[in-house]
Design a protein around this ligand. Sequence first.
Ligand SMILES: NC(=O)c1ccc[n+]([C@@H]2O[C@H](COP(=O)([O-])OP(=O)(O)OC[C@H]3O[C@@H](n4cnc5c(N)ncnc54)[C@H](OP(=O)(O)O)[C@@H]3O)[C@@H](O)[C@H]2O)c1
Length: 315
Amino acid sequence: MRALNLGRSGVEVSSLCLGTANFGGKHDRETCFDLIDFFRANDGSFIDTANMYSHWHPGCVGGESESTIGQYIRDRGSRHELQIASKVGFPYPGCSGGLSAVEIELECEKSLRRLNTDYLDVYYSHCDDRTTPIEETMAAFEHLIQSGKVRAIGASNLVGWRITQANQFSELHGWHRYCAIQQRYTYLRPRPGAAFGEQVFLSEPMRDYSRTSSVTLLGYSILLGGAYQRAPAPPPPEFEGPDSVARMAALASVAHEMHATRNQVVIAWMRQSDPPILPIVATSNMAQLAENIGALELSLSEDQMRRLDTAGNPA
Ligand SMILES: NC(=O)c1ccc[n+]([C@@H]2O[C@H](COP(=O)([O-])OP(=O)(O)OC[C@H]3O[C@@H](n4cnc5c(N)ncnc54)[C@H](OP(=O)(O)O)[C@@H]3O)[C@@H](O)[C@H]2O)c1
C-alpha cells in the first residue's frame, strides 16, 4: 500500500485505513488481532478508532475498540509501525460528549491509556459541538499537539462551513488545521431527503474545499454494510433513489470488465476520484479484508471512471 500524506501534516499513512468500530464488541480479540495482522502483512498501517467504540454492543460501555488495539500494540510491540486515529465528541457511558477543552483533554488521556501509547497520530472531532466556541476547541487541540500527545487533527461529521471556519481560525493563530476530513461516503448517492442522524455525507463543496486547501478526505461506511454484494437485493432505503438502478448497473458492468467485485470497484473508484478519497474498510473476516485490499490492484480506465461518475445523471 502506497504511503500518503495527510494534508500537509507530515503524517504518512497507508492508502487504506482499517475501521475498528466493532473491535472488542461484535468481534472478539482473536479476530481483531488476525485482522490487524493481515492488514499489516499487506502493508496497511493506518487504523481508525474512537473513544466511544463499541459502546452500542450488548455488554459494552465504550473504549473496547481502543483497548483491543492497545492490547495488540502491547503484545506485538508495534506502535511505531502503525498510525492510530481516534476521535472525541460523541457521548458514551461516563462521558457527556462535546468538544470543550476539558472534554478533549480528559478523553485524550483516556484514549492514550486504553491504546497503550503516549501519542495519537490523528485526533478527530467526531461530531460538531455548537455550544463550545470554536476557539476553545481548536486551542485544546493545539495544546495536545504542542505537548506531543497528538500529531495531527481531523474533523468528522462537521459540515463544510464549520470546518472552513475552524481552519481559518487556526491559521490566524498559526495553529494546526484540520488536515483530515472523515465523512460518510459511498458510490450510490443518497436519495433526496435522506437523513443520517449525526453522520454527515461528503458534500460537493467539501470535495471542492479539499482540492484547494490541502486536506485529505476519508470515507466511512463505504460498502453500505455489504449491500453491494447483496445486489440484486435493493440497497438500504436511504440510497434507493432515482439514479440507484443506473448506478448499480454501471458498477456491475465495470466489475464484470475488470473481473473484480462491486466492492472492489467502489474502493478503486473512490481512490481514483478527483479529489481522491481514502477508503476506511471494515470487515468481519479475512476473506472480506483480502477482497477489499485486492481493490488496490485495480486501475480503472478514464472511460470506466466517466461511466461510473455519470451513471444516473439526468440526460
Ligand atoms: N466517523 C464516523 O462517524 C464513522 C461512522 C461509521 C463508521 N466509521 C468508521 O468506518 C468504519 C467502517 O464503517 P462501516 O462498518 O459502517 O463500513 P461499511 O463498509 O459500510 O460496512 C462494513 C461491513 O460490510 C461488510 N463487508 C465489508 N467488506 C465486505 C466484502 N468484501 N464482502 C462482503 N461484505 C463486506 C461486512 O459486514 P458483515 O460484518 O455483516 O459481514 C463489514 O462489517 C468503522 O469501523 C469506523 O472505523 C466512522
